[in-house]
Structures are given as structure tokens and as C-alpha cells.
Design a protein around this ligand. Structure first.
Ligand code: FES
Length: 104
């Protein structure tokens, strides 16, 4: 599946992502600036924060309760479609997904 990250300066990074990989792992593999994944996907750092573009928000879905609490700790402003990208798994139905990397 293909994923595009829009960076704070408007630049885009697009990559093919293998199904089953988390979108944090995919971003780190692509050196997407601003997605760090410090805790390795254990829901304890929130450095993998992204905002899902409106068109995709319903398909991606919202955060679980603990992720929701973690999102309250993010540095960049939390938006209505914010997710921790370690909790989004690449899957076919998300092919073409566009994510926004919030500015710090
Ligand atoms: S990588 Fe730490 S919360 Fe997602």
C-alpha cells in the first residue's frame, strides 16, 4: 500500500509500505522528519503523532482509550484526527492514505 506524509513545510514523502507494518515503523524507515517512534511502538512516547487527513479519518478510525490519553501529552497541537501512528497498521484498505506530520 502507498502512504504519503505531508511535512510541516508542505513537502511530501510517499512510500510503499508492506502490509502489517505500523505506520510509525514505516515513517522511521523512510526517515520522515518529525516521526520518531522513541518507545518502539509501546504507546509510551507519543513521538509518532500524526494527523489523519479528513478524507481518511473515517477509514483509519479513532484512537483506543489509552492512545487517546497519550495523545493529550503530545507537544504539537492535537487535532480532531490525531493518532499515534504506531497504532495504525498498514492494510490494503488504507492504500493511498495521506497523513500530516504536525509542526512542533
Ligand atoms: S512510538 Fe511511542 S507511542 Fe507510538
Amino acid at each position: 500500500m502507498q502512504v504519503t506524509w505531508i511535512l510541516p513545510d508542505g513537502a511530501r514523502v510517499t512510500a510503499e509500505v508492506a502490509e502489517g507494518l505500523s505506520l510509525m515503523e514505516a515513517a522511521v524507515a523512510q526517515n520522515v522528519p518529525g516521526v520518531v517512534g522513541e518507545c518502539g511502538g509501546n504507546l509510551s512516547c507519543a513521538t509518532c503523532h500524526v494527523q489523519v487527513t479528513d478524507d481518511w479519518a473515517a477509514r483509519v478510525g479513532g484512537p483506543e482509550e489509552f492512545e487517546d490519553a497519550m495523545l493529550d501529552t503530545v507537544d504539537a497541537a492535537r487535532g480532531p484526527t490525531s493518532r499515534l501512528s504506531c497504532q495504525i497498521t498498514a492494510r490494503d484498505e488504507l492504500d493511498g492514505l495521506v497523513l500530516i506530520v504536525p509542526g512542533a
